[in-house]
Design a protein around this ligand. Structure first.
Ligand code: ASP
Ligand code: MG
Length: 407
């Protein structure tokens, strides 16, 4: 039987008992005759603790040193899981990201995987061939010249998809604390339903719209290389959600899900002179500072000046401010302001390509719930709006209801 890559997230390996639970699950799959490569996250909370500790030492720590620190979390888990497997008689060997041959670019704290060192992949294959379980630390790699890098928050998902691709795995299972992808967060809407299958594109839009289930970049990678995967729970045996290439049946459903992203901040640069090149400068400095800008709105200019608003994730607000504020003075804009109490609600579905009226339906539902829309953006298969954070859950419930997604 073929090779399975399994990825266990932070909650699934949250303490020693849970690590032992993962070991026995792995042993069971192995007992059925599969080869297994297992990718793990840090115990839940550990990465946050490490970041907090770094910030106690220095408010803006060096990204290079932060990566050295953050890589510890996953390294703890691979060693403990290997020991737990040994304890129940299963041969297993751990690999750090670098030992697994994962080479990244040098953008510390959110590096991209460039390639695998073939010699290291061969080494993992050799271990698998000897019947050993290969355990790989998620979220980390190294630059060509050997500096430790991490792959962005939630990056163990990316490690798993990339390892599945590099090893040519037969399947890739992403184990988490929910047993699949739901039409919306069941904590907000108890009647939310599990989605049996969705396309890479939908999963990607949901992930970038704030569905916490998987890291967006990992889905991008899966789409690019055609790595099918299944999201399932490490606490039960329920079938999960399969994410794969689009098929004909999928367009029947217009709206697949509703996502909520609270990790949003809105920046407004007011009184910007309306002339060619100003927006290019503004977003140029943000890009140079590696700030990801999401929505952008520019008002119609009256009297030669305009306001430009954009959204960034809250944790990048300080960086955005540091990059953009000097420019505000330089181009003669009148002000820079930032707001955190906002959230983004998105509806996603590939059926939107062939069905109209989704935007109208969404806006009607929000209006009926009394929500004011501050910004709107759309893609071919997604509509997102920014609303006040205080009303966001109410908005999600209204929109989920409107499209009949509940059980
Ligand atoms: N430990 C990392 C994080 O918390 C990576 C991961 O869990 O996927 O972001
Ligand atoms: Mg995760």
């Amino acid at each position: 039987m073929g090779l399975i890559v399994q990825k266990y997230g932070g909650t699934s390996v949250g303490d020693v008992a849970r690590i032992k639970n993962v070991a026995s699950r792995v042993a069971r799959w192995k007992g059925e005759g599969h080869s297994l490569a297992v990718v793990v996250s840090a115990r839940s909370g550990v990465t946050n603790e490490l970041i907090a500790r770094a910030k106690e030492v220095k408010a803006q720590p060096s990204d290079r040193e932060l990566d050295v620190l953050l890589a510890i979390g996953e390294q703890e888990t691979i060693a403990l899981l290997a020991m737990a497997l040994h304890d129940i008689g299963v041969p297993a060997v751990s690999f750090t990201g670098a030992q697994a041959g994962i080479i990244t670019d040098d953008v510390h704290t959110k590096a991209r995987i460039r390639q695998f060192r073939p010699g290291r992949v061969a080494e993992m294959r050799k271990c698998l061939g000897r019947g050993e379980v290969v355990i790989v630390a998620g979220f980390q790699g190294e630059t060509e010249d050997g500096r430790v890098t991490t792959l962005g928050r939630g990056g163990s998902d990316l490690s798993a998809i990339a390892i599945a691709h590099a090893l040519g795995a037969e399947s890739c299972q992403i184990y988490t604390d929910v047993d699949g992808v739901y039409t919306t967060d069941p904590r907000i809407v108890p009647g939310a339903r599990k989605i049996p299958e969705l396309s890479y594109e939908e999963m990607l839009e949901m992930a970038s719209a704030g569905s916490k289930v998987m890291q967006a970049r990992s889905v991008e990678f899966a789409n690019k290389y055609g790595v099918r995967f299944e999201v399932r729970s490490s606490m039960n045996e329920n079938p999960g959600t399969i994410v794969k290439e689009e098929d004909d049946g999928m367009e029947q459903v217009v709206v697949r899900g509703v996502s909520l992203d609270r990790n949003q901040a809105k920046v407004t640069v007011a009184g910007v002179p309306d002339r060619p090149g100003v927006a290019a400068r503004l977003f140029g400095v943000l890009a140079a500072a590696s700030v990801n800008v999401d929505m952008i709105v520019q008002n119609v200019s009256a009297s030669g000046v305009t306001d430009i608003s954009f959204t960034v994730s809250r944790d990048e607000l300080a960086k955005a401010r540091a990059a953009a504020e000097p420019l505000v003075r330089e181009v003669g804009a009148s002000g820079f302001s930032a707001r955190e109490g906002i959230a983004k609600i998105s509806v996603v579905g590939i059926g939107m390509r062939s069905h109209g009226g989704v935007a109208a339906g969404m806006f009607e539902a929000l209006a009926a719930a009394g929500l004011n829309i501050q910004m709107i953006s759309t893609s071919e298969i997604k509509i997102s709006v920014i609303v006040d954070e205080a009303n966001a859950e109410k908005g999600v419930r209204a929109v989920h209801d409107k499209f009949g997604l509940g059980g």
